[in-house]
Design a protein around this ligand. Sequence first.
Ligand code: TTP
Ligand code: MG
Length: 366
Amino acid sequence: MLFMIGAGETINMIFHIDMDSFYSSVEVAADPKLKGLPVVVGSDPLQGDGRGVVSTCSYEAREFGLKSAMAISKAYRLCPEAVYLRVNMPLYKKVSNSIMELLRSYSSKFQQVSVDEAYLDVSDIVSGLDEAEKLAMQIKEDVFQKEGITCSVGIGPNKSIAKIASDLQKPDGLTIVSPEDVRSFLYPLDVSRISGVGRKTGVMLGQMGIRTIGELAIYNVQELREKFGKFGLVMHQLANGVDGRNVQESGEIKSISKEDTFDKDTSDVEYLESVVDTLSEHVHASLSKKKYLFKTVTIKVRLEDFTTYTRAKTLAAHSDDLVTIRKTAKGLLQEFNGKNKLRLLGVGVTKLDKLDERQTRLSDFF
Ligand code: TTP
Ligand code: MG
């Protein structure tokens, strides 16, 4: 259900989720002795002679004035007692993948934007701000349970507002901006909060007497356009809380799925299996249209208390068979039969392969 404001007007509900001090949080989760200490991840400080930079640092280190992109020599001067660690990218990638897999399970409208942040469009999943808050708390808890790190969540009617909101109460924050509060939320903030407004643009805006988002919002848009080109218009719209960008994954299709949120939570096995049949048909139709084969079948189950599970089964070989999707999904569903009431059920396929390419490759062998 879409979030309603006023007569017939609908608005999206977007989450922006960003891990707190990501690289250093991962290091602390891997080595709990580091908990509570200033931890710096970056190049070797070489007792103050190091020439690289800080990638990130824990919030304890930030109290000494340390921050991302600061010269490591300066960081060492400010806080020689911190624990200095080299960047271990494979570890952060692994944790990132695990977290993104979890976040993706909450909504089919998911977009990863960097190693530690993602958007979720939950407009179809929650029916108001109270439910959105509950879901956000659940997500924070699930991320912590899975990887032992905290994140901050921003909730707003579009991507720009959600992103600004997630940054405001870090670490371990949750900031909710209701549609009617957009202006009072945005207006007092510094223009640098707007994505794309860097140091140079900030200085130029300052020279025009624009320091807050509110001042930018009421500025003559034509003048902004003359000065900053197309970005002048974008920036003006964002300052007014307008952002039409969708939440969508870029690039190649990685999975195809379809899900159904029930009108009433249910544990009726017969009904759930009939839903699997219908969802499988949708998935198969879309798969055939796009000429893909699949190797893995997934289901997603959300219980009445919002706990969400994904289960997957990988086949021995790629397939394009509808019956295989149905049977595999029903097999995966058995674990949940008769236990709890379900709020949502989804069926999907991943490990996709393009039909044409595969036929070419198979023909190499036969
Ligand atoms: P960010 O999300 O910008 O920062 P963060 O997660 O460390 O801290 P915050 O709590 O403020 O979100 O970036 C994610 C990771 O990207 C960060 O952990 C390390 C890396 N990174 C760099 O390597 N160099 C940089 O200058 C920045 C900003 C980030
Ligand atoms: Mg972060």
